[in-house]
Ligand binder design. Structure first.
Ligand SMILES: C[S@@+](CC[C@H](N)C(=O)[O-])C[C@H]1O[C@@H](n2cnc3c(N)ncnc32)[C@H](O)[C@@H]1O
Length: 343
């Protein structure tokens, strides 16, 4: 039976609501700890708030209160003598490891990202992006003049990929793919991992120029570049031909139906007859089923002009409008689904 969205466990409704309302301070506690490098400093073992404050140049008492607060939400353990260690949740924030949440923690609490949610009313009353209202342009065009934010965004997307790649690899059999094109593939983590399990396949990463540069220096660095082209371009103009499997992961949800259709029709034009398309999204689960995609949908509403999560029916309609057959939805045990199409 579908799991209900309503709160059915033993937590009182008031307690549940209280912890939801504390989401903003908790987010900023985690973001601040990431910026101070606290998870990194605790890698080698416990440290006291005083030692952390000395290393960070912060106030000892305020640093202790920050770390104690983080222990209240399970990110740190509080030990004797105002010392702290990382919990398994805190371990996920250690930077420099595949799938680290460091960049996502910094991104989520950044003024441009979290500030957009303070203006959610604008999106709910007009359907327009709160981000665009505040910054006077859309997120992806704003990135072209904000390279540091663009890099942080790309690194944070790799956090999502770190959680999702194993789910994708176990949900879909890539063994027959000969040429995989990841469109809007970010820093290339998914493509690198797919090529890792398909030694005979070639790959192509397609994204905007700055992101492609970073991909070459990170996930596609080294010998992988021999089997993988990294191509800069604009998916609204033309998508390279030559793949037998095209991937769009967390790309269509950034755009309204009109622009999603432009991307899809450029993909369809590039695909050979019989070629496959994998759209990977959190998607929207049926009515009454609690799924994180229903929250991500609000993130899309606030940050991106026309961005939205879509159901399997929505994907089927989009596929059919560009002449692709919608084959099926493949669910994973995690928060993402694969929507499979054929030309
Ligand atoms: C939400 S991210 C998803 C990245 C990656 N697929 C993932 O799942 O981690 C969307 C990607 O689309 C890329 N993108 C945005 N506009 C683009 C355009 N006009 N042409 C090509 N790529 C674009 C962004 O640079 C970004 O890497």
């Amino acid at each position: 039976m579908a799991k209900s969205v309503s709160n059915e466990n033993s937590v009182l409704p008031q307690q549940a609501l209280m912890s939801m309302l504390l989401g903003v301070p908790v987010l900023h506690m985690i973001t601040t700890a990431a910026h101070l490098g606290i998870p990194k400093k605790l890698e080698a073992g416990p440290l006291s708030a005083r030692e952390i404050a000395d290393q960070c140049g912060t106030l000892e008492d305020a640093t202790y209160r920050l770390m104690r607060g983080l222990s209240a939400v399970g990110v740190l353990h509080e030990l004797e003598g105002r010392a702290f260690s990382l919990t398994p949740i805190g371990e996920c924030l250690r930077p420099g490891r595949p799938g680290s949440f460091d960049a996502l923690a910094k991104l989520s609490g950044s003024a441009w990202c979290s500030g957009s949610f303070a203006d959610l009313m604008h999106s709910i009353t007009t359907g327009e992006s709160a981000f665009s209202k505040q910054h006077g342009e859309e997120l992806f065009s704003w990135f072209s003049s904000h390279p540091e934010e663009e890099q942080l965004f790309g690194d944070a997307m790799s956090t999502f990929s770190g959680v999702e790649v194993d789910l994708v690899l176990s949900a879909y059999d890539f063994s027959s793919a000969r040429s995989v094109v990841d469109v809007g593939g970010g820093h290339g983590m998914l493509l690198a991992r797919i090529l890792g399990v398909t030694p005979a396949a070639r790959g192509m990463l397609f994204d905007v120029p700055k992101v492609i540069e970073r991909a070459k220096a990170t996930w596609l660095a080294g010998s992988l570049l021999k089997r993988c082209e990294a191509v800069a371009g604009d998916f609204f103009k033309k998508i390279p031909e030559g793949g037998d499997l095209y991937i769009l992961k967390h790309v269509l949800h950034d755009w309204d139906d009109t622009r999603a259709l432009q991307i899809l029709s450029n993909v369809a034009r590039a695909m050979p007859l019989g070629g496959k398309l994998l759209v990977i999204e959190q998607g929207v689960a049926p009515r009454g089923v609690a799924s994180p995609g229903k929250i991500l949908d609000i993130v899309m509403l606030a940050l991106l002009e026309g961005g939205r999560e879509r159901s399997a029916d929505d994907h089927q309609k989009l596929f059919e409008q560009v002449g692709l057959r919608f084959d099926r939805q493949i669910d994973t045990p995690g928060p993402i689904s694969l929507f499979l199409g054929t030309r």
